[in-house]
Design a protein around this ligand. Structure first.
Ligand code: BJW
Ligand code: ZN
Length: 252
């Protein structure tokens, strides 16, 4: 017996389309720090000094070395049971779209086949001047020169900084997956960063059953049909096994 409403399990087992929105909390149990939790990235670093184009132009070595360290951490990390359970949900539901704000690529590594990366991917690095792809971004904090392209331009990760627009195709896919979802699941996001934070409301208004999974309540909780408080790496596998059990009962 778990804490999920039987209505939710029923809905998931018979859903045609499920959309999942993930945030940093979904990768926390892979050892990737979140942003806004105590001990998270923004408790130690000022976002204005690191996650904006102005910051990059002002102090490229600082921004590049910060991203280099995060790239190394991602390369050393592994998908956790939340990522794996979401990939396995594809065996039970005809269409599962994983809309992620995370830039670590862990959903794809876990095997999810329809991943929409709203804020880009850390491992994709390119020249901010000519757009050419670069092989790596490996800059030490005490480097004397920033990493540059052959054209002299600065190398940056293909992530979305504050004030930059989201990749249009990704945002459009996210909106359409949200609008057609029978069940929408928000996992491990603070719901503070727009436009991603607007998707749960869009789902609710379009008639989806909205489930939130987080270790604490967020601005999304008030519009959710159901809030399950707990760690994503524990709750999402439990949810999967409930749906699997319900689907098997339905088949026999
Ligand atoms: C667990 C857990 C466990 C922990 N299990 N749970 C409308 C209103 C107000 C402002 C705006 C608006 N529209 C646009 C804006 C401006 C801005 C914005 O939203 N600002 C707000 C912060 C006020 N948005 C933008 O600028 C966006 N662009 C845009 O809108 O373009 C159009 C435009 C252009 C020009 C002018 C105006 C508009 C771009 C946003 C880009 C966000 N970028 C970052 C950095 C990416 C690169 C990098 O990684 O360095 O994206 S910021 C950071 O926040 C990162 C994340 O993807 C994003 C969301 O964070 P997330 O994932 O929710 O993490 P946390 O840490 O906040 O929360 C973790 C949660 O997990 C917590 O709730 C925990 O409880 C939970 N948790 N462990 C389950 N084990
Ligand atoms: Zn270049």
């Amino acid at each position: 017996m778990t804490g999920f409403a039987s209505n939710l399990i029923e809905r998931l087992a018979s859903a045609g389309n499920v959309a999942v929105l993930t945030g940093a909390g979904a990768s926390a149990e892979s050892g990737i720090p979140t942003f806004r939790d105590p001990g998270g990235l923004w408790s130690r670093f000022n976002p204005a000094e690191l996650a904006s184009f102005e910051a990059f132009r002002r102090d490229p070595i600082r921004v590049q070395s910060w991203y280099s360290a995060r790239i190394r951490a991602v390369l050393e990390s592994e998908p956790n049971p939340c990522h794996v359970a979401l990939a396995e949900l594809e065996a039970l539901v005809p269409s599962v779209s994983v809309i992620t704000q995370n830039v670590d690529g862990l959903h794809k590594r876990a095997g999810s086949s329809n991943v929409i990366e709203l804020h880009g991917n850390l491992l994709d690095v390119f020249c901010a001047t000519c757009g050419r792809a670069a092989e790596t971004l490996d800059v030490a904090p005490d480097a004397l020169e920033p990493a540059r392209c052959e054209c002299g331009g600065l190398i940056r990760p293909r992530v979305v900084w504050f004030g930059e627009t989201l990749p249009a195709d990704a945002y459009e896919s996210a909106v359409s997956a949200t609008a057609r979802a029978d069940v929408f699941i928000s996992i491990g996001t603070s719901g503070e960063v727009y436009p991603a934070a607007g998707l749960p409301r869009l789902a609710a208004e379009a008639g989806a059953y909205v489930l939130e999974i987080n270790v604490q309540r967020t601005p999304i909780s008030g519009l959710a049909d159901e809030v399950v408080l707990g760690a994503a790496g524990i709750v999402v596998p439990q949810l999967l096994s409930e749906v699997r059990r319900r689907s098997n009962v339905g088949v026999s």
